[in-house]
Design a binder for this molecule. Structure first.
Ligand SMILES: NC(=O)c1ccc[n+]([C@@H]2O[C@H](COP(=O)([O-])OP(=O)(O)OC[C@H]3O[C@@H](n4cnc5c(N)ncnc54)[C@H](O)[C@@H]3O)[C@@H](O)[C@H]2O)c1
Ligand SMILES: [Zn+2]
Ligand SMILES: [Zn+2]
Length: 350
């Protein structure tokens, strides 16, 4: 089969590799019908994720068809159509039993396209198939459900639910990439009075408006704190969601929130950020961090199939698997191409 293989920082290839086989009796082999690229894949290619080694097949999002299952797989059967989620869950460790699959101690967590071969391939081996896949629902397309493999549960769980967004809230989302736009999408389910999107790139702010932001702020040109204060009688936002992952934007998010508000960090940080406790200690704020667990995936599926969550507008580009390198190029040059999510499918299914 062919797969997108990482060969060290800056080097990747769409090349012939052995087809995966069952290793553990809880595995399934899934034929990939649609996959996509995540910002984390770009981080890997920059060399920011050193545990990813030469030869690793990338990708942690897919919709596919189960081809074979191990002897201990109970629920998933050959021929089933499934969503393969970014988080794998052993289902029985202490954290899986709490729904914290991202912290799985039993060999799960974020492993696909990271510690084991991933989904940017014609076939993928999915460990713990019963607890790491979701049956495809009726009434939504493959590519729509593919959007639930990572960005939507991440922004919903780590941004919207951790941030306790409630009806009437003023919600500021810092960063309007796929994750920030997903946070806007998820926050809208709770009828906030105002969503403010903050980004440095105007095309991303245009996207934020299309996704339902009421106010957009280009923080390269505008003073975000002043805008938020003007909108909130000087109080600050009820919830600030950080969706970039750099010290500046975390520190900005912490200034934007009202006393008693929530700061929900989604961004993956590689450098220390300063926590200004000298300003925050008496403001009763709650700061949350998190890795996605995907406990919300079934809920988001119901919302997508009942059309209460519009997921199709994330998809800006389509590619055949044989053009995987072009898909990466379009995704990596998002400021020029306007890419949000690219859908990559085998040629035969197009
Ligand atoms: N916690 C989790 O489980 C989890 C899961 C997936 C992704 N993430 C993280 O979420 C973050 C966002 O992901 P994404 O895919 O949307 O990334 P992205 O790079 O596509 O988007 C980031 C956005 O932030 C904007 N930005 C950059 N610097 C800024 C600044 N100083 N001020 C305002 N905006 C700025 C960029 O213009 C861009 O639109 C990343 O850090 C990613 O690693 C976290
Ligand atoms: Zn991802
Ligand atoms: Zn577990």
């Amino acid at each position: 089969m062919r797969a997108l293989v990482y060969h060290g920082p800056g080097v990747k290839a769409w090349e012939e590799v052995p087809k995966p086989v069952l290793v553990d009796d809880t595995d399934a082999i899934v034929k990939v019908d649609a996959t996509t690229i995540c910002g984390s894949d770009l981080h890997i290619l920059k060399g920011d994720v050193p545990e990813v080694t030469d030869g690793r097949i990338l990708g942690h999002e897919a919709v596919g068809t189960v081809e074979t299952v191990g002897a201990a797989v109970r629920r998933v059967r050959p021929g089933d159509r499934v969503l393969v989620s970014c988080i794998t869950a052993c289902g029985s460790c202490r954290f899986c039993r709490e729904g914290r699959h991202g912290q799985c101690l039993g060999g799960g967590g974020w492993i696909l396209g990271h510690l084991i071969d991933g989904t940017q391939a014609e076939y993928v081996r999915v460990p713990f198939a019963d607890t790491s896949t979701y049956p495809m629902p009726e009434g939504a397309s493959d590519e729509d459900i593919l959007m639930l493999a990572d960005i939507l549960p991440t922004a919903y769980e780590v941004g919207v639910l951790n941030g306790h967004v409630r009806p009437g809230d003023v919600v500021v989302v810092v960063g309007a990439g796929p994750i920030g736009l997903s946070a806007i999408t998820g926050a809208r389910l709770f009828s906030p009075s105002l969503i403010v999107a903050v980004d440095l790139v105007d095309s991303r702010l245009d996207a934020a408006k299309r996704f339902g932001a009421d106010v957009v702020v280009n923080n390269g040109r505008q003073d975000t704190l002043q805008v938020v204060r003007e909108l909130t009688d000087g109080l600050g936002a009820d919830v600030a969601i950080e969706a970039v992952g750099i010290p500046d934007t975390f520190e900005l998010s912490a200034t934007l929130v009202r006393p008693g508000g929530h700061i929900a960090n989604i961004g993956v940080h590689g450098k220390p950020a300063t926590l200004h406790l000298e300003h925050l200690w008496d403001r009763d704020v709650t700061i949350t961090t998190g890795l996605v667990d995907t406990y919300s995936t079934p809920t988001l599926m119901r919302l997508a199939t009942s059309h209460q969550l519009n997921v199709s507008h994330f998809i800006t580009h389509h590619f055949d698997m044989d053009d995987f390198l072009a898909a990466y190029d379009a995704f990596a040059r998002a400021a020029d191409t306007g890419a949000l999510k690219v859908v990559v499918t085998p040629r035969s299914s197009s």
